[in-house]
Design a protein around this ligand. Structure first.
Ligand code: AMP
Length: 281
C-alpha cells in the first residue's frame, strides 16, 4: 500500500490505472477506523481492480461547537488496517492541501440537506457534499462505498451524483454493529461504561419500532412514539429526532405502507449518536 498526502500524487496513481483500463473503488473516511469502515474497503477490494481510501477529518462538515478538535485520530493504526483490508492507495491530505487559501467553492444539495441531521447540524451536508465532490474529482472512482449507518449522507451523495452528472456508482453497505446492536462509530470511544450501555437503546428503539410496524400498525406516529418512549427510559439521553420517513425523499410519513426508514439521533452525555433501520410493510 502507498500512502500519499497530495492531490498530484493521487492523480498520478489513478491516471495510470485508468490508462491501463483498471477499475477503481473508493472509500472516503474520517479515520479512526473500525469494522464498519473495513467492511467498505473489503467490498471495494472484491468489486474493483484497485482500491483507494482517504482519511480526512473534514473541517467544513463540523459546526463551530462540534468535536472537530477532539475527533479521535490514529494515523498509524489506520494505515495498518487499510493495508490489511487490501487498500492500494491511502490518501491522507491536510486541510491546506484540500482547500488552500482564498474564496471557498461549495456544493449544496437543496432540501435533503436541511432536514433531520441537517436541521440539527446546519451546513453539515454542504461540507460533506463539497468534500466528497472534490474527492471524486481527485480520485475518479468507478464506484464509491458508503455505510448505511449515515443514511441521510447516502441519500444526499446519491442526489449530488445525479445532480452533477458525476460518473460514479454509489454502493451503500449495511451498518456493522457491535454484538449488542450498537452501530460501530469512531465516536463510540467517547462513551464511558454507563453511557456505552445507554447507547444500546438506539438500536433497541429501532427494533421496537420495526416490531410495531411488523404487527400491523399503520400510523407512523405510533412508531415515532414507541421509539421515543424507549429512548426516554434512559437518563442522560437527549433525543434530537426520532423519525419515520420516506427512504428516498426523507419526508416524514403519516401512514406505513411499503418502505420506510426509521431514523434516530440522540446525545448521550456530550456524544452524539445516530442510527437507522430500513423497514418494509
Ligand atoms: P466516517 O469516518 O464516520 O466519515 O465514515 C466513513 C464511512 O464509513 C461512511 O460511509 C460511513 O457511513 C461508513 N461507516 C461508519 N460507520 C459504519 C458502520 N458501523 N457500518 C458501516 N459503515 C459505516
Amino acid at each position: 500500500m502507498r500512502t500519499v498526502a497530495t492531490v498530484a500524487e493521487v492523480r498520478a496513481f489513478t491516471e495510470a490505472l485508468r490508462r491501463a483500463g483498471r477499475s477503481i473503488g473508493f472509500v472516503p473516511t474520517m479515520g479512526y477506523l473500525h469494522d464498519g469502515h473495513l467492511s467498505l474497503m473489503r467490498r471495494a477490494r472484491e468489486e474493483n481492480d484497485a482500491v483507494v481510501a482517504s482519511i480526512f477529518v473534514n473541517p467544513t462538515q463540523f459546526g463551530p461547537a462540534e468535536d472537530l478538535d477532539r475527533y479521535p485520530r490514529d494515523a498509524e493504526g489506520d494505515s495498518a488496517k487499510c493495508a490489511a483490508a487490501g487498500v492500494d492507495l491511502l490518501f491522507m491530505p491536510t486541510a491546506q492541501e484540500m482547500y488552500g487559501e482564498g474564496p471557498t467553492v461549495s456544493v449544496t444539495v437543496d432540501g435533503l440537506s436541511d432536514v433531520l441531521e441537517g436541521a440539527v447540524r446546519p451546513g453539515h451536508f454542504r461540507g460533506v457534499a463539497t468534500v466528497v465532490a472534490k474527492l471524486f474529482h481527485i480520485v475518479t472512482p468507478d464506484r464509491a462505498y458508503f455505510g448505511q449507518k449515515d443514511y441521510q449522507q447516502c441519500v444526499v451523495i446519491k442526489r449530488m451524483v445525479r445532480g452533477l452528472d458525476l460518473n460514479v456508482e454509489i454502493a451503500v453497505q449495511p451498518t456493522v454493529r457491535e454484538p449488542d446492536g450498537l452501530a460501530m462509530s469512531s465516536r463510540n470511544v467517547y462513551l464511558d461504561n454507563e453511557q456505552r450501555r445507554r447507547a444500546t437503546s438506539l438500536y433497541r428503539a429501532l427494533k421496537a419500532g420495526e416490531e410495531l410496524a411488523r404487527t400491523g400498525v399503520r400510523e407512523a406516529e405510533k412508531v415515532r412514539q414507541k421509539m421515543r418512549a424507549l429512548l426516554l427510559q434512559e437518563k442522560d439521553l437527549a433525543i434530537d429526532y426520532a423519525e419515520v420517513a420516506d427512504p428516498e425523499t426523507l419526508e416524514p410519513l403519516e401512514a406505513l405502507s411499503g418502505k420506510a426508514v426509521l431514523l434516530l439521533a440522540a446525545r448521550v452525555g456530550a456524544t452524539r449518536l445516530i442510527d437507522n433501520l430500513l423497514i418494509e410493510r
